[in-house]
Design a protein around this ligand. Structure first.
Ligand SMILES: *Cc1c(COP(=O)(O)O)cnc(C)c1O
Length: 364
């Protein structure tokens, strides 16, 4: 049996007619940027995240960058990010002209370790960006308490966490502001690049909206030196369609994850741990295997797709060599980078496919 790492076919087949009709609707409306479809999606996604403000933008990296710019964070400032994440979290800080400062992740949920956080705070620290890695919120309250104690802004990188919650509150509504990505492979994916900022702050919302549109609230009146990062009408309209199916898709990911959790019993494969304060969005089903290369070869030989998220911790990237970190500085992040394997989890996986993955993993 061949099982791809991800497969949009079941989702896209069901949505095909609606998506085509939506395309025709926007095409015929003849207005492609900054119109009613974008406003509609922003309104609906704000409701989904239970926040008063949502601003669409070009992608997830821009969303985080715009939040930092809108908060006046820049040269001379430090922003704390987890040592294991997708590089966009750190690049957003770099884009703003500030310095990313890495903090190790913990061994339970692979999110920022609150016990290592305070040591990284300096007089220059302005904000903390937490990442709900793989779709699960980590030790949020402990991090929030430290942010509050030091008067630091708390930003969520929620690019993997659409639909996740923490104590019943949606990801995207936990910090001062949150960045989302709608890259096609995310739990809510556009048919191209797209992103959004969610926030409770009218000031941040207002500035993000202007900054993403050339620093302008009114056409040709430029208050800030802004950027061009806009969510276009066709992506917005498609996202509105897809947003309506999020609960169904989430239930399906949950079904697959639960079967993996119950079925995989190989002691060589460390399963994801559930945070009982949180609802996992199951963007990725991440296991840790000490002998990763052998495990990957085993999956390959049985036709099971897999990926690694991510093979290098932040401080090990050539791109961030100049920050002066070295190997061994963030042991949990490095261990995760060396051992993580993501198994297939996507809407519409058949019981037979799930059973096959479990069987192959158990035979490793
Ligand atoms: C995907 C992702 C991003 C970046 O989103 P883009 O839309 O690709 O710019 C940022 N952070 C994390 C954790 C991600 O997974």
């Amino acid at each position: 049996m061949k099982i791809p790492f991800a497969d949009f076919t079941p989702m896209h087949r069901e949505l095909r007619d609606t998506m085509m009709n939506t395309f025709a609707e926007v095409y015929d409306a003849g207005w492609f940027i900054g119109g009613k479809y974008c406003r509609e999606f922003e309104k609906e996604f704000a409701e989904y995240c239970n926040v008063p403000y949502c601003i669409g933008c070009g992608n997830g990296l821009d969303a985080l960058h715009l939040i930092l710019e809108a908060s006046g964070i820049g040269a001379g400032d430090e922003v704390i990010v987890p040592a294991q994440t997708f590089i966009a979290t750190a690049l957003a800080v770099t884009y703003a002209g500030a310095r990313p400062v890495f903090v190790d992740i913990e061994t339970e949920y692979y999110c920022m370790d609150p016990e290592k956080l305070e040591a990284a705070i300096t007089p220059n620290t302005r904000a903390i960006i937490i990442v709900h890695l793989y779709g699960q919120v980590g030790r949020f309250e402990e991090i929030k308490a430290i942010a509050d104690k030091h008067g630091l802004m708390l930003i969520e990188d929620a690019a993997q966490a659409h639909g996740a919650t923490y104590k019943g509150r949606p990801a995207g509504s936990l910090g001062d502001a949150a960045g989302f990505s709608f890259y096609p492979g995310k739990n809510l994916g556009a048919l191209g690049d797209a992103g959004a900022v969610c926030t409770f702050s009218p000031e941040i919302a207002n500035r993000v909206r202007a900054l993403a549109n050339y620093g302008s609230h009114t056409k040709y009146v430029h208050e800030y030196r802004g950027f061009n990062s806009r969510l276009d009408e066709i992506q917005s309209a498609w996202l509105c369609v897809k947003l309506q199916h999020m609960d169904k898709w989430h239930r399906d990911r949950e079904r697959i994850a639960q079967r993996y959790l119950l079925g995989i019993s190989n002691p060589a494969v460390k399963l994801p741990r559930l945070n009982h304060d949180a609802k996992h969005a199951w963007h990725l089903f991440a296991v840790l295997v000490e002998n990763r290369e052998l495990f990957e070869a085993h999956l390959d030989s049985h036709g099971i797709g897999h990926q690694t998220h991510y093979p290098f911790a932040m401080h090990m990237h050539q791109a961030y060599r100049d920050l002066g970190y070295s190997e061994g500085d963030f042991p949990v992040a490095e261990m995760n980078a060396a051992q993580e394997v993501s198994l297939p989890i996507y809407y519409g996986m058949s019981d037979e496919q799930i059973g096959y993955v479990i069987d192959v993993v158990n035979r490793f």
